[in-house]
Write a protein that binds this ligand. Structure first.
Ligand code: UTP
Length: 292
């Protein structure tokens, strides 16, 4: 099986649910504690042995490329100071991987965004990540998917059980029997609770097989003129290709909305030795204020 050596990280969306924070600052650069969201996604790839990252940017989101470059004032300042710790923190992101950038001029959906990265990844399997999903756990979710792909050989999608009430916000998979990874019979984009074939929701991590662009080409634009990646998976299934779901180990936070963003910050801080104790002390009176 061809190993997974490359990843595409999508960062061309409008981030409307986090406005006004995302008016001038790309959503993917909002910090979780002291590191931008997108850097967590890159580090998850590195842990999976992937060292070539393609980031899909939209207009006005060039600051993301600045973050992974070594040409900013902060880099120059760190070098001038000669402080090794500072240099590591400032220039570290640029040294994590090889970075390439693709432009999606209009936010026309996930499948369209993936197609924008085609020239960099065509002809081999690759990981796809939505950086606004942060997955915290003992082992990188992308590494778990890459291991599963080594046995499935087909598009492999990270899934998790979602509360019934949240089903209409997710792509929902139709498993074909039991197992993990499990072979899928279908995928349904944002079904109603009544029509949902399962409670297994798709989260923003995938390994896409090398046939994916053929199927994206066959995917017509749907609602709002957007091309859905789930339609490309349905096309793979219709062509008799295996598509699989992997219930990964880890906790996922949807940082694309305010509550998930806040919880991710607290969860990541509570896992840090330098912050856990003082944060607990500060949170306690806020959560259960003592009577005056
Ligand atoms: P989301 O739907 O969560 O992000 O897409 P969004 O569109 O930026 O957010 P809202 O709904 O307006 O608040 C998941 C990921 O896919 C990227 C986004 O940047 C995000 O990382 N994306 C989405 C694209 O790159 N292009 C698109 O056309 C749509």
């Amino acid at each position: 099986m061809t190993p997974v050596r490359k990843a595409v990280i999508l960062a061309a969306g409008l981030g409307t649910r986090m406005l006004p924070a995302t008016k001038a600052v790309p959503k993917e650069l909002l910090p979780i504690v002291d590191k931008p969201l997108i850097q967590y996604a890159v580090e998850e790839c590195i842990e999976a042995g992937i060292d070539h990252i393609v980031i899909v940017l939209g207009p006005g989101k060039e600051a993301i490329a600045e973050h992974f470059a070594e040409r900013t004032r902060a880099d120059a300042y760190a070098r001038e100071k000669g402080d090794a710790g500072l240099i590591a923190r400032v220039s570290g992101p640029a040294r994590l991987a090889r970075f390439d950038y693709a432009m999606q001029e209009e936010a026309l959906g996930i499948a369209h965004a993936v197609a924008c990265a085609r020239e960099f990844v065509e002809g081999e399997p690759f990981a796809l990540l939505f950086p606004d999903d942060i997955i915290v756990g003992a082992r990188s979710c992308v590494a778990q998917l890459a291991d599963a792909f080594a046995t499935t050989g087909g598009t492999t999608i990270a899934v998790q059980r979602v509360p019934r009430a949240d089903i209409p916000q997710y792509g929902i998979v139709v498993p074909d029997g039991e197992g993990n990874p499990v072979r899928l019979r279908g995928v349904v984009e944002k079904p109603s609770i009544e029509e949902a074939p399962s409670d297994l929701g798709i989260v923003g991590r995938y390994i896409l097989s090398d046939t994916i662009f053929t199927h994206i080409d066959r995917t017509p634009p749907g609602k709002n003129g957007e091309r859905q990646i789930t339609d490309a998976f349905a096309s793979q299934l219709a062509a008799g290709e295996g598509v699989f779901g992997l219930a990964y180990e880890g906790t996922r936070h949807d940082t694309g909305r305010p509550l998930g963003y806040l919880v991710a910050n607290v969860a990541v801080a509570l896992a840090r030795e330098d912050l856990a104790g003082p944060l607990r002390d500060r949170l306690r009176p806020l959560i259960a204020p003592e009577a005056p």
